[in-house]
Design a protein around this ligand. Sequence first.
Ligand code: ATP
Length: 268
Amino acid sequence: LEEPEIGRLEAARATLADVGGLDEVKQRLQSSFLAPMRNPGLSAQFGKSLRGGLLLWGPPGCGKTFIARALAGELGASFYEVGLSDVLDMFIGNSERNLHGIFEAARRNAPCVLFFDEVDALGLKRSQQRGGSAMRGVVNQLLTELDGASSQNDGVFVLAASNHPWDIDSALVRPGRFDRRVLVLPPDLAARAAILSYHLKGKPVDQVDVGKLAQRTDGFSGADLALVCEQATETAMSASMSSGTLQPITQRILTDASVQVRPSIGEW
Ligand code: ATP
């Protein structure tokens, strides 16, 4: 078998503390996922397996990928993000081979968090499949890999994300597979403030009140807020360059940026 491209296999750095808001989600991940992983002896006594199988779902840009990365960081595991294009291939049998290669790479690199983005598109309900039987093979292969012999997947934590979990083939969400669902909602006021602080951390700012900005950004996703900070950074940087002195990011600059960025949540 050919070695798959593992260009996006990365060492994880972020931790759950870097995830803004989502306190309930973080608590749930701690108790149902991280704690068992950190107490393998106890888990064995209770017959709890140490393999992943977590489905993060919710509107786009609210931190599903970010959380998966942070989980890898917490576990000291490597992180492998898998998109549709890493798997799907028009030639018969190739998608299944790609999928197998990805799992093999994850097993070799264990501990590893294997993160499937847009899993609904891979494991679409039979009734909704246009390509018909072709995708059936991919779902079956995914099931085979997930179910793998018990020791084979040790240290491979499989997470998946979906904006439309109701479209996922029911075989994939059965016990032992992606059976734990975690809803990742748009950030509330406190979460928006936390996300803004995270994205401004270490940058030159002048009297910035993230609380006020959080109040103005109802309906913004984490990704939208990250974009607001990025645009404000660019504005302050170009002002610094043209004036020749450091111009910090101000509340005004951030407010202007927040007016330019369109909140994306409504489209979900
Ligand atoms: P999609 O469904 O579109 O894949 P997603 O839910 O996976 O979206 P992410 O890719 O995790 O969203 O978020 C996009 C970016 O937004 C992150 O890289 C991060 O910068 C920022 N972000 C989103 N949510 C948070 C959060 N809770 N805390 C900090 N940053 C966040």
